[in-house]
Ligand binder design. Structure first.
Ligand SMILES: Nc1nc2c(ncn2[C@@H]2O[C@H](COP(=O)(O)OP(=O)(O)OP(=O)(O)O)[C@@H](O)[C@H]2O)c(=O)[nH]1
Ligand SMILES: [Mg+2]
Length: 699
């Protein structure tokens, strides 16, 4: 593979809603450019960038992946990203590593929730964007409708540079407004070849109208151009393209293209426009990095001669290879075999077999220039989001803000004794995928997995089996119930045993009383006159604490109460710490029964974002989950609904919300308070818990 200098590199993320045709487009672009020798297909499992076993089996993208298209003496690093929201972290990382993005919008599906999501990421990151209306040959394709959807729902700054000739099965050509020519494709075209003809007469009126709009919009981004345009002067193609590129860099204009990747229609024009309109890494503003070990900020410029700086934006573990690390060079030139420095981990890494990735294939290269994207296998201590720099100039680049997990499930290993293997494997998977988290919750006795959706966690569990040989089952996460006391009570706990030799004797009297929520446990020692010797008092407290861990209602921990120890008796010979602890246990069990014990359940505060159309459905659903709406307000394009909902009612909420809002709703949750469970529900929970504890005893 050729070596490319910074100015000849274009890093482009291909983003969009699921199944909009991104992977097919990337494959077609690499093939038409000649860089890839075979035109692959998602359906056949041969697409360049859907190469993992999971992707081939499911026929959609899960990981971001790279392809290269060499065109017009430039190298396009194409970053294919998954569209499903469960893998939105990958799309975010792809946009982060790129200097520009192609937003793919299906000519039949139009703007969907995934389109809005990636649009927002790209907006936050401030990368120049262009639109590609894909699947133009599909039944019901509607270019005009999709263009207006983009205009209404994403940005008014979109402007077509191409218009299709025919739509759906009749789609067979594209008119380019810059070249004023029409490309006609023949059935069976292999690599985007076309006949160039004049604009067909029946399209002349549309062509004139769109051309005028295009040139006006471009002129509006540049005062001198605008003046000349208004003065009646003709704006030449090259200067229009230059102005368009500048306008794109400033986020003032977003050109729109169209085509059908599977048929390779429109791919050649798109390749050229990617090279001409997308910025090279040298055109991008410098990044601000943190000097490692100091407070200073240092600018990182895409300068070939500068000190080396790179960031890892993806790690994937491959069978027989181990970890494969994708990184983007931000500054300096890096050579095959070079030693680099991971400052926060104080680790030196050798970039042996420095490669460029094209799908699953890797080609070794001698060097990579500032701005380029490389891969290397078998780094020891480096993970996603780490910065690699030179030892003399250690820095840390701003981290990719991966999204927080939204759903939680529990997992159990199928085979006993595999728990350790499970935890090691989960740890590896988290390193590969920062949007996946796991923990062992001792209170619940469960391993919890957190991620961005059910599909995400199913795939994680699949990888556990495939890559680590750990077979696990997804189960429902338990709810951490609590109990508390609503009334006061007092009574005795007496432990007396006389079995041969030395006996056991402990006797205490306690008062139990409720405390406000969140107070925890308070022990009040009111013993006077030595009725219980000092050394035994802590033992009584320990007994109460132990007994309170299994409350009277359903065996859940009792919280927010006070225990006052006010009387008791002892025996000179038979009393011991152990005996007084038993007395404490008995006292709590006796007294708590009469203190109107109740079950508490965790209440979460959830914030839901939904389009206004589904607001009623979302709120109705919340009410049916015993939820209480706190308020609603407009938040950008969405309505924000805040509510309090019992955690027990939120199982699979992400999936329910997805279906209620047709995929457009999102939510966040946080713990709010423990609250008394309604009695009829408490009974059911107590019954279930009793069974669970019995089962546990049997095992
Ligand atoms: N008719 C037609 N179908 C296409 C075209 N391009 C892709 N498809 C089909 O559309 C479906 C989705 O294509 P993909 O390329 O996998 O879409 P994607 O955007 O990568 O999907 P995700 O990876 O799930 O986000 C596949 O079944 C493709 O065969 C096209 O130009 N015309
Ligand atoms: Mg894909």
């Amino acid at each position: 593979m050729r070596i490319f200098k910074t100015g000849d590199i274009r890093n482009v993320a291909v983003v969009g809603h699921g199944a909009s045709g991104k992977t097919s487009l990337v494959d077609a672009l690499a093939f038409v450019a000649g860089t890839s020798k075979r035109h692959g297909s998602v359906k056949d499992g041969t697409a360049l960038t859907d190469y993992t076993a999971d992707e081939i089996e499911r026929k959609y993208s899960i990981n971001l992946a790279l392809a290269v298209a060499e065109w017009m003496d430039a190298k396009l690093n194409l970053i294919d990203t998954p569209g499903y929201l469960d893998f939105t972290g990958e799309a975010l990382a792809g946009v982060w590593a790129a200097d520009g993005a192609v937003v793919v919008v299906s000519a039949t599906g139009g703007v969907e929730v995934g389109t809005e999501k990636v649009w927002d990421y790209a907006e936050e990151r401030g990368v120049p964007r262009m639109f590609f209306v894909s699947l133009m040959d599909k039944e019901h394709a509607d270019f005009e409708k999709v263009y207006h959807q983009i205009k209404d729902r994403l940005t008014a700054k979109v402007i077509p540079v191409e218009i299709p000739v025919g739509e759906g099965p009749d789609f067979h050509g594209i008119i380019n407004l810059f070249s004023k020519k029409c490309h006609l494709y023949k059935k069976g075209t292999k690599a985007g070849e076309y006949d160039e003809v004049d604009v067909p007469p029946e399209y002349q009126a549309r062509f004139d109208q769109y051309s005028r709009e295009l040139i006006e919009r471009i002129a509006e981004t540049d005062d001198t151009l605008l003046e000349r345009y208004l003065g009646g002067e003709e704006i030449g193609r090259d200067e229009a393209i230059r102005a368009l590129k500048t306008g794109m860099a400033r986020g003032e204009i977003f050109p729109l293209f169209c085509g059908a990747a599977e048929l390779t229609y429109g791919t050649r024009a798109l390749l050229s426009k990617l090279v001409e309109l997308m910025p090279s890494p040298a055109d991008r503003p410098p990044l601000e990095a943190q000097k490692w070990g100091g407070a200073d900020k240092v600018p990182v410029r895409p300068d070939d001669g500068g000190p080396f700086a790179a960031q890892v934006f993806k790690t994937i573990s491959e069978p027989h290879v181990g970890d494969v690390t994708f990184f983007r060079v931000y500054a300096g030139t890096v050579k095959n075999g070079q030693d680099v420095w991971n400052a926060p981990r104080a680790a030196s890494e050798k970039l042996n077999h420095l490669c460029v990735a094209v799908g699953k294939d890797r080609t070794e290269v001698a060097e990579l220039h500032a701005g380029d994207i490389g891969v290397v296998a078998k780094l020891r201590d480096t993970h996603t989001n780490d910065t690699l720099s030179a030892r003399e100039t250690p820095i840390v680049l701003p981290k990719i803000p991966f999204p927080e997990p939204v759903i939680t499930v529990a997992v159990e290993v199928k085979q006993r004794g595999e728990e350790d293997k499970l935890s090691t494997a989960l740890h590896k998977l988290h390193e590969e995928d920062p949007t996946f988290h796991h923990e062992f919750n001792a209170e619940l006795g469960q391993t919890l997995l957190r991620g961005l959706g059910e599909r995400h966690l199913e795939i994680v569990v699949g990888r556990l089996a495939r890559k680590f040989g750990v077979h696990a089952l997804i189960t429902k996460p338990k709810v951490a119930y609590r109990e508390t006391l609503k009334g006061k009570g007092e009574g005795q706990g007496k432990h007396k045993k006389q079995t041969g030799g030395r006996g056991q004797y402990g006797d205490c009297w306690i008062r139990l009383a409720p405390l406000p929520r969140g107070s925890g446990f308070v022990f009040d020692d009111q013993i006077v006159g030595g009725v219980i010797p000092r050394q035994y008092i802590p033992a009584v407290e320990r007994g109460i604490v132990e007994a309170a861990a299994r409350g009277p209602v359903a065996g859940y921990p009792v919280v927010d109460f006070k225990a006052e120890l006010y009387d008791g008796s002892y025996h000179d010979v038979d009393s011991s710490e152990q005996a007084f602890k038993m007395a404490g246990i008995l006292a709590f069990r006796n007294v708590s029964q009469g203190c109107r014990p109740v079950l508490l359940e965790p209440i979460l505060e959830i914030t839901v974002w939904t389009p206004v159309d589904y607001q009623g459905a979302v709120m109705g659903d919340i009410s049916s989950r015993r939820g209480q709406i706190l308020g609603t307000e407009q938040d950008g394009r969405m309505i924000k609904v805040k509510a309090l909902v019992p955690e027990a009612e939120l199982d699979k909420y992400a999936t329910a919300l997805h279906s209620v809002t047709h995929g457009r709703g999102t939510y966040r949750q946080k713990f709010h308070v423990y609250q008394e469970t309604p009695p009829e529900i408490a009974h059911k929970i107590a019954d279930a818990r009793k069974k669970e504890l019995e089962e546990a005893r049997k095992e």
